[in-house]
Write a protein that binds this ligand. Structure first.
Ligand SMILES: [Fe+2]
Length: 538
């Protein structure tokens, strides 16, 4: 099996793992001629990133952008690059350095898993190839799992539709100086460019591996997004648009009447999308290898995990997209999502229906059982969408959205039951997807309004993606009183400041997402005391 015969063919999962493992280790590889190349353009134009931090390790990422006119053959050859990690921004005190191979089979992406670092400290990193030097990235390790930690600043965000606005929010987030970013899904959108939009993405429908790579390259070229990736480690999960609108597990979704995907092989599309996601995110190779050892489904990518931040917080990244059962009772027999009257949907409360899939539910149950017996203060569950029930029909009767947790009510109850059963301390749910800020108490039983609060929820707005507006906001809040606050127009992100005694959440929003020079302001602030799942507006 030579490099050349694999080129431009989709790799099977075993080949992909082999390739990924070869680039993730700090192996010394023979230098190719290209390592000495003089570049006619900046091959680091997609930026740098870091992620998946533990107390002694972090992933460093870049992708060499070689798909530019610079001479025959470069796009089909492996390229050796060097990386450096240092205590200082001038790289006078180098901690580790090495070489890595950027392989054409992985779109010349590199994932270096640096090991043996000191806990709870910041580092700087950069990449070099030939005469080209990347931007400098800043990253950090997390504290030891048993360390006493005084604070954590965690920013959360989701949904950055290129067409709908500028990525100014990332520029402002950088000034907040978070320890990490939790990204909750919809990093790209798969739609074709339309000239009527504010910004027109290049290309048509995103369907093939090459299409997904080009779409990521478009997004990754944004300087504000790049700057935020270079500022701190990112903790990644995904939602539907990294593949296709409203897909559910192995079932295709529905991107509208012009969507050509219904004719194709959805699992092949999903596998291509997952590979491109891996290629563009600071993920560990284990997201591929664990999946190979697991279900045997060629396309699986296991991105769910728990990251400890000392005894202060456990950060969960959940995947409520890859394993979910198809949405129930979507109107008119369509695929994808819709608003449903649960009284008229026999499957609605079927306990067999799952949002996370059996394996992830089992894993989460085990992790939560362990958390109940430790002294971790905050348990932060980052997932894709709104957790709390949101009834769209005023007065008697219900109209619920079947793609969110409302459409998987038994699975949601299993999750909240597990939190209570294991006495998990201070659950904090983060979500995205709805493009609106919703802040509320998580109820043990949404059928009983007086049911106890088992945790709190901050479902974030989008970086850019459009939402419906505030016309029905008062009505919706009155119908769903477990939510204490909502706002359905402004775009931005949230910042959580955890201390052993308190959580402070600040919702930050742009004055105008359609302007590249948008300013940022505070929309609302909330406090939650440890030991008491009650949200106070401050
Ligand atoms: Fe979205």
């Amino acid at each position: 099996m030579t490099t050349r015969t694999l080129n431009h063919a989709r790799l099977n999962r075993r080949q992909l793992v082999t390739m990924a493992a070869a680039t993730a280790g700090a192996w010394w590889l023979p230098r190719s001629a290209w390592s000495q190349a003089r570049w006619s353009h900046n091959p680091f134009s997609l930026g740098v990133a870091s992620g998946s931090p533990t107390h002694d390790s972090v992933v460093l990422w870049t992708r060499l952008h070689v798909d530019l006119p610079l001479g025959a053959g470069v796009g089909r050859e492996p390229i050796t690059l060097r990386w450096e990690l240092a205590h200082d921004e001038q790289f006078t005190r180098i901690v580790q350095q090495g070489q890595a191979a950027a392989l054409p089979e992985l779109a010349h992406a590199v994932h270096v898993e640096v090991q043996g670092l000191e806990p709870d400290r910041w580092y700087f990193y950069r990449f070099m190839t030939g005469d080209a030097l990347s931007a400098v990235g800043r990253t950090r390790t997390f504290p030891m799992p048993d360390a006493v930690v005084s604070s954590l600043r965690l920013a959360y965000a989701s949904c950055q539709k290129w067409e709908d606005g500028y990525f100014s929010a990332w520029r402002h987030m950088r000034e907040e100086n978070p320890d990490a970013v939790m990204f909750l899904g919809d990093y790209i959108y798969e739609y074709p460019g339309k000239s009527s939009k504010l910004r027109v993405p290049t290309g048509g429908w995103v369907l093939t591996l090459e299409d997904y790579r080009r779409r990521y390259a478009l997004y990754k070229g944004d300087p504000d997004l790049q700057a935020m990736h270079a500022a701190c480690p990112w903790l990644m999960t995904w939602d539907d648009h990294e593949v296709q609108n409203d897909y559910a597990g192995q079932q295709a979704g529905n991107s509208g009447p012009a969507d050509p995907s219904s004719a194709g092989d959805f699992l092949a599309r999903r596998a291509a999308a997952y590979q491109a996601y891996y290629e563009h995110m600071p993920l560990r190779t284990s997201v591929l290898t664990q999946a190979v050892a697991g279900l045997g489904q060629g396309a699986e990518m296991r991105i769910y995990r728990r990251l400890p931040f000392g005894r202060l917080a456990s950060l969960y990244l959940l995947d409520a997209r890859q394993y979910k059962d198809p949405q129930a009772c979507t109107p008119d027999g369509r695929r994808g999502s819709g608003r449903v009257n649960p009284q008229q949907c026999p499957q609605w409360n079927d306990p067999k229906r799952s949002m996370l899939g059996a394996m992830q539910e089992q894993w989460l149950g085990q992790e939560l059982a362990r958390q109940g017996s430790t002294q971790v203060t905050w348990n932060v569950l980052g997932q894709q969408t709104l957790l709390g029930q949101r009834d769209f029909r005023p007065g008697p009767g219900q109209l619920l959205w079947n793609d969110g947790w409302d459409g998987y009510a038994s699975a949601r109850t299993r999750l909240t039951d597990a939190l209570r059963q294991h006495r998990v301390s201070n659950p904090v749910f983060l979500g995205g997807d709805v493009h609106e800020n919703w802040v509320g108490h998580v109820l043990a039983d949404y059928a009983k309004p007086a049911s106890p609060s088992v945790g709190v929820e901050f479902c974030g707005t989008s970086i850019t993606s459009r939402s419906g507006g505030n016309a029905k906001l008062a009505e919706r809040l009155a119908e769903n009183p477990h939510f204490v606050y909502a706002e359905c127009e402004r775009k931005g992100y949230g910042v959580l400041e955890f201390t052993p005694r308190q959580l402070n959440t600040t919702l930050r929003v742009l004055d105008d997402v359609t302007r590249p020079d948008a300013r940022i302001e505070t929309l609302a602030r909330f406090a939650v005391q440890s030991g008491r799942p009650v949200i106070e507006r401050v």
